[in-house]
Design a protein around this ligand. Structure first.
Ligand SMILES: O=P(O)(O)O[C@H]1[C@H](O)[C@@H](O)[C@H](O)[C@@H](O)[C@@H]1O
Ligand SMILES: [Mg+2]
Length: 272
């Protein structure tokens, strides 16, 4: 049988590159989404339109996220919008494709660095056409970990986020980092620049493409409890190795966030 999704995969790479031709514009119109620090710009809308117009068989829905068995594009036109607004140089276009609720391929174009990350199930992960793989560090004290504080500034949640970061920093690890874009953070795990990235509060479109890239680079993608990764849960831990993941999970102070699909929170059994 012909390779059913290869053409769509290659096409997504081209669309991501075209969509990534965005310019930092000081006059850009900045709007807000869930809070005053959750930014969106007219450029996000313009880039989304470019992508949707070019991808085959797209039907855009305003109903939020619902993953069905149908072939589905999961797109973040500008991941790292706050960076984009401020001229902080990490901004990515993220395009993933799922079939029967399983992610088939992912493309992340880190546009200001001109790095095209891509991966397809069973076919490896690449950056600018060079194969990439995760770090082989298994000792957390020799690791760099990424986490982000997100856009929910409810004091109790911020306290948990910083308490988790403090505990991880004091293990100690070599460093804590954050690029401001979940898609790029996952690619940093995939290239071995860092050992892990976790965040509670991200959305499915922030991490769908990155999940395929991390897995194909030899890493793992889990729920922050250690259970299986659930794209709609808004919780994600990606790591180079299960030893690193297990050690981080011990320190994560989990808090509730509404799921992307609106389903009531599901308990994630830990696989560790
Ligand atoms: O909103 P964008 O820039 O698409 O996505 C970002 C989230 O807003 C931010 O809360 C989160 O920390 C970051 O990882 C994500 O990419
Ligand atoms: Mg995003």
């Amino acid at each position: 049988m012909a390779d059913e999704w290869q053409e769509a995969y290659e096409f997504a790479v081209e669309v991501a590159r075209k969509a990534g031709m965005v310019k930092i514009d000081k006059e850009m119109k900045v709007l807000t989404k869930s809070s005053t620090v959750d930014l969106v710009t007219k450029t996000d809308e313009r880039v989304e339109k470019i992508i949707i117009e070019q991808l085959p068989c797209t039907e855009s829905t305003e109903k939020g996220c619902e993953l069905t068995d149908a072939p589905t594009w999961i797109i973040d036109p500008v991941d790292g919008t706050t960076n984009f607004v401020h001229g902080f140089p990490f901004v990515a276009v993220s395009i993933a494709f799922a079939v029967k609720k399983e992610l088939e391929f992912g493309v992340v174009y880190s546009c200001l660095e001109d790095k095209m990350y891509r991966a397809r199930n069973g076919k490896g992960a690449f950056c600018n056409d060079e194969p990439i793989s995760v770090s082989d560090v298994k000792d957390i004290t020799k690791s760099i970990i990424i986490s982000e504080h997100g856009t929910d500034r409810t004091p109790a949640k911020v306290e948990k986020i910083f308490s988790t970061m403090q505990k991880i920093l004091c293990i100690p690890v070599h460093g804590l980092r954050g690029s401001g874009t979940a898609a790029t953070n996952m690619c940093l795990v995939a290239t071995g620049a860092v050992e892990a990235f976790f965040e509670i509060g991200i959305h499915c479109w922030d991490v769908a493409a990155g999940a395929v890239i991390v897995r194909e680079a030899g890493g793992i993608v889990l729920d922050v409890s250690g259970g299986p990764f659930d794209l709609m849960s808004r919780r994600m831990l990606s790591a180079n190795h299960e030893d690193i993941a297990k050690r981080i999970i011990k320190e994560i102070e989990v808090f509730e966030v509404p799921r992307d699909d609106g389903v009531k929170h599901l308990q994630q059994p830990s696989s560790f």
